[in-house]
Design a binder for this molecule. Structure first.
Ligand code: AMP
Length: 286
């Protein structure tokens, strides 16, 4: 595995792949890797000749008072895990390299960035869009793999790619979960043992809501009540949102007729966790 840490070195390495006629499959991450990330890497392996992974804790997607400083970082361990997956290139730039000057351009999505996670994290998706656009311009991947874990992010990246004509195919891989259903996340490391046990409520709530839809519930407000009630029943959970929205426009439909995204966010202590399920009222769940 080659590790490159500057934009210039990344561009040089990218040129070598081009000369060798290799297609690039790219997985952007913030590091502190777990099985969820590695599943994306394995998917990338299937999709391209040369697998690139970036590790960059992007300051522009963290708001004031969020966990940018304390976000877990362990590049040596991450590099070992990636080498074990036969990754070709690890791109780990320094903040000053990615942002030599404070960025002047902002990325907007006509309001889609202000709902769900965007409502409680103003500016978050602008920062995500900016860094992903920059990474795409540096790595120039043919395919990029994102996780369904961050459902709103995956949707907004698709819009970014379509609207700005990035020549990259976006693949979205399923959520990897712990044995009790908790979605894997680098932030799970913040949880105390009690909070970790309590956090299992998110998936249980989503599963119950999905079951209600499978059993014929078609009122999204009722599904949201069920989700919120179940999470509120866990004393250590502080609910941020529990939403049942159309998977494309992220708005609550009048009735559930098309695939919906059940999305939840809650704090356990100071740790904010998210999870979701995509439900097709005609039967499929992912
Ligand atoms: P992050 O390092 O948290 O920015 O995540 C990098 C990528 O990994 C994003 O596309 C996430 O959606 C994805 N990801 C994170 N956790 C999981 C998970 N449990 N299952 C699948 N993908 C995940």
């Amino acid at each position: 595995m080659d590790t490159v840490t500057t934009l210039a070195a990344a561009r040089e390495r990218r040129a070598a792949d081009r000369v060798a006629g290799k297609t690039v499959a790219f997985v952007p991450t913030m590091g502190s890797l777990h099985e969820g990330h590695l599943a994306l890497v394995r998917r990338a392996r299937e999709l391209g000749d040369s697998v690139w992974v970036s590790i960059f804790v992007n300051p522009t997607q963290f708001g004031p008072g969020e966990d940018f400083e304390r976000y877990p970082r362990d590049l040596a361990r991450d590099a070992e895990l990636l080498a074990g997956e036969s990754v070709d290139v690890l791109f780990a730039p320094a903040t000053g390299d990615m942002y030599p000057t404070p960025p002047r351009v902002t990325v907007g999505y006509s309001g889609l960035e202000n709902v769900l996670c965007g409502a409680s994290r103003p500016g978050h998706f602008a920062g995500v869009g900016l860094v992903v656009a920059k990474l795409f311009n540096i790595v120039e991947p043919q395919v990029a793999v994102f996780g369904q874990k961050d459902a709103q992010q995956a949707l907004l990246i698709r819009r970014l790619v379509e609207d700005l004509s990035f020549d990259v195919r976006i693949e979205v891989a399923p959520i990897v979960r712990e044995a009790d259903g908790l979605a894997m996340s680098s932030r799970n490391a913040y949880l105390s043992p009690q909070e970790r046990r309590a956090a299992g409520v998110l998936y249980r709530a989503l599963e119950e809501a999905a079951e209600a839809i499978r059993n014929g519930e078609r009122n999204p407000a009722e599904v949201e009540r069920l989700l919120a009630g179940r999470i509120a029943g866990e004393p250590l959970a502080d609910l941020d949102y529990a939403s049942c929205v159309d998977r494309e426009d992220l708005r609550r439909p009048a009735i559930i007729g098309r695939p919906v995204l059940l999305a939840v966010a809650a704090r356990f202590g100071s740790t904010r966790l998210i999870d979701n399920l995509l439900i097709d009222p005609r039967g499929e769940t992912t």
